[in-house]
Design a protein around this ligand. Structure first.
Ligand SMILES: Nc1nc2c(ncn2[C@@H]2O[C@H](COP(=O)(O)OP(=O)(O)OP(=O)(O)O)[C@@H](O)[C@H]2O)c(=O)[nH]1
Ligand SMILES: [Zn+2]
Length: 325
């Protein structure tokens, strides 16, 4: 459920237990340290020592954030998320670049993003906003919702699958939406935070909350505003429309500027792709290249280590299970 400083909370058949994360569990690589959403094998408590994390199984998906410090690798914020709800408020000016960044992050994780437009009750022209955002998110489901009128909430519940995470700027309505999905007020919303001024860390909150229709809502601090980290594939998916045209450029390394035979510029001139979107794509590619350059070699070897570590962990897990049976 959550992990910090050598300890984690884990859901087991016997209920929630606190388990020790031994120093060896992350093999010196923060990418493989257990985090919210991981499945782990625990060694049962012995007299004088509580349960210990023995192995963490391979992750189906991982939301990774680049850390601010130069020496660090990426940091896994959440594992095994199936659906990422990317929230965009219809009550504020639309910032497409930010939305595209979140979509790239979600795609990169291996989870399926759903673009959820919130606060439809506060928007005069929902239809054109929806059309605009459909262009920003080709290949992604776009849903219009309102926590006030209840619009779109049934549809959203129906499309959510497995472990669900909420991503979006502050004030977009993530907590409000989360509470509607949970059917009770478990997440502190803007209104509440303003009155008690303490924030949600004061209550013993859980980072994995069961959803009434099945699945869980994953709500972990720090997940809400994260930067791109080595999200090459995620960007390709997010800008699939540009990438499709780019295959027809005369030069394979076309920068889509003044090159002759640039199919992307042709598509922009024909009004098929907005110039804003190409600018945003290039800005995010630069941001991603910067994040990748800071960590490059170490991250890649780290990733290899994660893969190897996971394979080793799995073999160890199987041996462990055999011994138990
Ligand atoms: N009119 C209207 N207001 C909403 C809706 N959803 C949320 N709000 C309001 O928007 C404000 C922010 O909502 P939150 O749910 O706290 O937003 P958040 O995304 O969780 O914000 P952070 O926790 O700061 O990231 C609150 O005052 C909510 O009451 C909606 O559908 N319609
Ligand atoms: Zn080109």
């Amino acid at each position: 459920m959550r992990a910090e400083r050598g300890l984690c909370e884990a859901v087991t058949d016997a209920g929630i237990v606190r388990a020790e994360i031994p120093g060896t569990a992350d093999q010196g690589d923060p990418l493989s340290a257990p985090c919210t959403g991981d499945w782990a094998a625990l060694r049962p408590a012995t007299p004088g020592r509580g349960p210990v994390v023995h192995a963490v199984t391979a992750r189906r998906t991982a939301l990774v954030r680049s850390t601010a410090s130069r020496s660090s690798h990426g940091h896994v914020l959440a594992a095994n998320v199936d659906t990422v709800v990317v929230t965009v408020s219809l009550a504020a000016a639309l910032k497409h670049g930010r939305t595209e960044r979140m979509l790239a992050l979600a795609w990169e994780s291996g989870a399926r993003p759903v673009l959820v437009l919130t606060k439809a009750d506060r928007c005069a022209d929902v239809q054109s906003a929806e059309a605009e955002l459909a262009e920003v998110a080709p290949g992604t489901d776009v849903l219009v919702t309102s926590a006030v009128t209840g619009q779109g909430l049934d549809t959203l519940t129906a499309v959510l699958d497995g472990t669900v995470a909420l991503l979006g700027p502050s004030g977009a309505g993530k907590s409000t939406l989360g509470n509607r999905l949970l059917g009770e007020d478990r997440l502190a919303t803007g209104a509440i935070r303003e009155t008690d001024g303490k924030g949600r860390h004061t209550t013993a909150w859980r980072e994995l909350l069961p959803l009434p229709g099945g699945g869980v809502l994953l709500d972990t601090p720090g997940l809400r505003a994260i930067g791109l980290h080595d999200a090459q594939d995620g960007l390709e998916q997010t800008f699939a429309d540009i990438e499709r045209h780019a295959q027809d450029c005369r030069f394979t390394d076309c920068a889509h500027g003044r090159e002759p035979g640039c199919a992307v510029m042709a598509a922009i001139e024909a009004g098929e792709i907005p110039q804003r979107r190409l600018d945003s794509h290039q800005r995010l590619l630069r941001e991603n290249a910067y994040a990748a350059s800071r960590t490059d070699a170490r991250l890649r070897t780290g990733r290899e280590a994660v893969r190897k570590g996971i394979a080793q962990n799995l073999r160890a897990t199987y041996r462990f299970r055999e011994r138990q049976s």
